[in-house]
Design a protein around this ligand. Structure first.
Ligand code: F6R
Length: 607
C-alpha cells in the first residue's frame, strides 16, 4: 500500500527520499514522486508512473542539493495509476503526500470551486483545502493543516511542506501509520519504520488525531484540538540485514528459508520443554482471568485468518469447555455478532495495520472484551491498541506473500491456548506432546525445507502451464490447504481454491478434468483413511494429484512430496512449507514478479 517518506536536515534530501521509497517498495505501489525544497523555497517536484527506477531516471536530470523534502509511493484508490495522479500533490505553494482515503473529498471539492484540479485524487482536494487555510502568522503551515483536517473525514497519514517554510514538514495521522525518526541535526518521516533503518534508531510513533511540526532538530506534537502531546521516543529494533535479501534472489525465498530462525525467535523464553510448560508475559492475563475464558474469537484477514483457523483446530483439541470462532475481519466488522463477556479476542496481523482487522479490534474493545494481539510489526497500531499481546518476532516480512509470519502466528496462538489449558488445570500429560513438538519444530522445519526444495521445484516445473488447481485437506490439513491455495493464486495467478475433502462430493468434484491439478495434504492420523477414500474419488475421475504426506505413500498419484519427520501433531505446518515452495517455484518458472504480485499490497491500510 502507499508509502510516505520525508527528510529535513543537513544532508541531501533527494538521496534519503529515494532510498526510503525503495525500502517501502515491498508494500506495493504503481507510481512514485518526491518534492524537495531549496533554502529559498524553490520546489523541485518529480513524479513518475511505475517503478521507482522511472523516478530515478527523471531525477538524474533534476539533481538538487535541497535539504528538505517528502516522497511517496502510491497504490491507486481514486484515479488510475498515472503521473498526474501520483503524489506529491501541489496546491499553490503547498505539497502533500497522503496515505489513506478522504471519504468526503467530493463535498470538499464542491466547496473549492476556484481551484483548478489537475488530478482525480482525493489527496489533491486535501492539498487545496490546506492551501485555502494558509495565512501568515506563527506556524502558518501547521495551522492550515489543522484547520483542513478538522473538515476532512476518512483515514490519513500525511506529510506536508510549503515553499514558504522550507525548513519544516508537518505530519498528521488518523488511521494510517506515521513514524518520526529523530537524528542529529536531521529528522525523518516515514509511514513504516523500515525506511528509517540505518539512519536512526530513535522513533516517535504518532497516534491517531495527532499532528506534528518537524524541523531538523525539533518535533512538536499536538492534538487537532491544540492540546500538547509529549513525545515518547522508542527504539527501532530492526537491523539492516533483516531488510536485505541476504544472497537470496527474492525476499520470498529468504523468508521461507529463514523459518527455522524466525520460529526460534517466536519461541524464545516462552516454551519450557523440561518443565512441560508455556509462559507468555505479553497477554497480561492473570491465572484467574485465563481460567474464566470460555470463548475465543480469532480475527484476521488472508493468511492471518488461515493461521487463526489452524490454531483454532489445535486449541480446541486440548482446551476443555471452550468455543472458538475464527472470523474474517472484513466480514466481522459489519456483523451484529454477540460476544459473551467471558470471551477473549485474538487479533492476528503481521503488519499490525490492516484496516479491517483494526476496525474489528476497536469494535470488540467497545463491547468490553479483552483483546490480545498476535502481531509482528513492533509498535504498529494494532500492537498499541490491544489490551495485551504476543509479538511473533519474525523480523520484517518484506515479500507481499506472507510465509514466516503464518508459521509463527499459528504457534503463538497455540501457545496462548496452552496457557489457558494450563490455567484451567488440564493434565500436563495431555499438553506435553504439543509442547514437545513445538520445541523441536524449528529444527524439523529446517530438515523439511532441505528435503522438499528439489522435489517441489521439479513438480513446479511440471505444472507451470496449468491455470487451475484444487487444494484438499481434512481437519488441520484443511486450513493448510486454504493457505496453500492462497499462496499459489496470489503470486503465480493460478486459479487455486481449497476444499475440505468431505465437501468434494457436494459440488467441487464436478470440476475435475485435465485443466486442473490437485494438491492433497495427507497427515498421519485418525482421518488418514477417510482422506484416502476422497483421494481415490478424485483419481477415479482422472485427477492429476500431488500428495504431500508424512506417511509412506503407495497411492497411484502423479507426484508425492514426502515429509520425513517424527512430528505428527504439527505435520500440517511442515506440509505448508511444501505449499510455500510450490508457489515460489511456480512463480519463478512462469517468470512473474515474486515479491510484488500484481494488484496487491503488503499492508492493507484501506478498507
Ligand atoms: C497473503 C497475505 C495477506 C495477508 C493479509 C493480512 O500472503 O499476505 O493475505 O495475510 O493481508 O495482513 P496482516 O497480517 O498484515 O494483517
Amino acid at each position: 500500500m502507499c508509502g510516505i517518506v520525508g527528510y529535513v536536515g543537513e544532508k541531501n534530501a533527494q538521496d534519503f527520499l529515494i532510498s526510503g521509497l525503495k525500502r517501502l517498495e515491498y508494500r506495493g505501489y504503481d507510481s512514485a514522486g518526491i518534492v524537495t525544497l531549496a533554502e529559498d523555497g524553490e520546489a523541485t517536484l518529480i513524479r513518475a508512473k511505475g517503478k521507482i527506477s522511472n523516478l530515478e531516471e527523471k531525477m538524474a536530470k533534476a539533481k538538487r542539493s535541497d535539504k528538505t523534502g517528502i516522497g511517496h509511493t502510491r497504490w491507486a484508490t481514486h484515479g488510475e495509476p498515472s503521473e498526474r495522479n501520483a503524489h506529491p500533490h501541489k496546491a499553490g505553494k503547498i505539497y502533500l503526500v497522503h496515505n489513506g482515503i478522504i471519504e468526503n473529498y467530493k463535498e470538499l471539492k464542491n466547496e473549492l470551486k476556484d481551484f483548478d484540479f489537475q488530478s482525480e485524487t482525493d489527496t489533491e482536494v486535501l492539498a487545496a483545502l490546506i492551501a485555502s487555510f494558509y495565512k501568515d502568522g506563527e506556524h502558518p503551515l501547521l495551522n492550515a493543516v489543522v484547520q483542513a483536517l478538522k473538515l476532512a473525514k476518512g483515514t490519513y497519514g500525511i506529510a506536508v511542506v510549503s515553499e514558504n517554510n522550507p525548513d519544516e514538514i508537518v505530519v498528521a495521522r488518523a488511521g494510517s501509520p506515521l513514524v518520526i525518526g529523530v537524528g542529529h541535526d536531521e529528522t525523518f518521516v516515514a509511514s513504516d519504520a523500515s525506511a528509517l533503518v540505518g539512519h536512526t534508531k530513535q522513533a516517535i510513533y504518532l497516534n491517531d488525531g495527532e499532528v506534528a511540526r518537524v524541523t531538523k532538530n525539533s518535533v512538536e506534537i499536538k492534538t487537532l484540538n491544540a492540546e500538547p502531546v509529549s513525545a515518547k521516543v522508542e527504539e527501532i529494533e530492526t537491523n539492516l540485514a533483516a531488510i536485505q535479501k541476504g544472497g537470496y534472489e527474492h525476499f520470498l525465498l529468504k523468508e521461507i528459508m529463514e523459518q527455522p530462525e524466525s520460529l526460534t525467535e517466536t519461541l524464545r523464553g516462552r516454551i519450557h520443554k523440561e518443565e512441560g510448560t508455556v509462559r507468555l508475559g505479553g497477554p497480561g492475563l492473570s491465572e484467574a482471568e485465563l481460567r474464566k475464558i470460555k470463548h475465543l474469537v480469532i480475527v484476521g484477514c488472508g493468511t492471518a485468518y488461515h493461521a487463526g483457523l489452524l490454531a483454532g483446530y489445535y486449541i480446541e483439541q486440548f482446551t476443555p469447555e471452550i468455543t472458538i470462532e475464527t472470523v474474517i475481519a472484513s466480514e466481522y466488522r459489519y456483523r451484529h455478532a454477540y460476544i459473551p463477556k467471558d470471551a477473549v479476542a485474538l487479533i492476528v496481523s503481521q503488519s499490525g495495520e490492516t484496516a479491517d482487522t483494526l476496525a474489528c479490534l476497536r469494535e470488540i474493545k467497545k463491547q468490553g472484551i479483552k483483546t490480545i494481539g498476535i502481531v509482528n510489526a513492533i509498535g504498529s497500531t494494532i500492537a498499541r491498541e490491544v489490551d495485551g499481546g504476543t509479538y511473533v518476532h519474525v523480523g520484517p516480512e518484506i515479500s507481499v506473500a506472507s510465509t514466516k509470519a503464518f508459521t509463527s502466528q499459528v504457534i503463538a496462538m497455540v501457545m496462548f491456548g496452552l496457557t489457558i489449558a494450563q490455567a484451567k488445570g488440564v493434565r500436563s500429560s495431555m499438553l506435553k506432546p504439543y509442547i514437545d513438538e513445538i520445541a523441536v519444530l524449528p529444527e524439523e522445519i529446517g530438515k523439511v525445507l532441505e528435503e522438499a526444495t528439489e522435489p517441489v521445484k521439479r513438480i513446479a516445473d511440471k505444472y507451470k502451464t496449468y491455470e487451475h488447481a484444487i487444494y484438499l485437506g481434512r481437519d488441520t490439513a484443511y486450513p493448510t490447504a486454504m493457505e496453500g491455495a492462497l499462496k499459489l493464486k496470489e503470486i503465480s495467478y493460478v486459479d487455486a481454491n481449497a476444499y475440505a475433502f468431505g465437501e468434494l462430493k457436494h459440488g467441487p468434484l464436478a470440476l475435475i478434468d485435465d485443466r486442473f491439478f490437485e494438491v492433497a495434504f495427507l497427515p498421519k492420523g485418525d482421518l488418514y483413511e477417510k482422506a484416502i477414500s476422497n483421494v481415490q474419488e478424485v483419481l477415479a475421475r482422472g485427477g492429476k494429484m500431488i500428495v504431500v504426506t508424512n506417511r509412506d505413500c503407495d497411492l497411484a498419484v502423479e507426484d508425492v512430496v514426502k515429509i520425513t519427520t517424527d512430528i505428527e501433531i504439527f505435520a500440517p505446518i511442515l506440509m505448508n512449507l511444501a505449499s510455500q515452495l510450490l508457489a515460489y517455484y511456480m512463480t519463478t518458472a512462469k517468470g512473474y514478479n515474486v515479491d510484488q504480485p500484481r494488484n496487491l499490497a503488503k499492508s492493507v491500510t484501506v478498507e
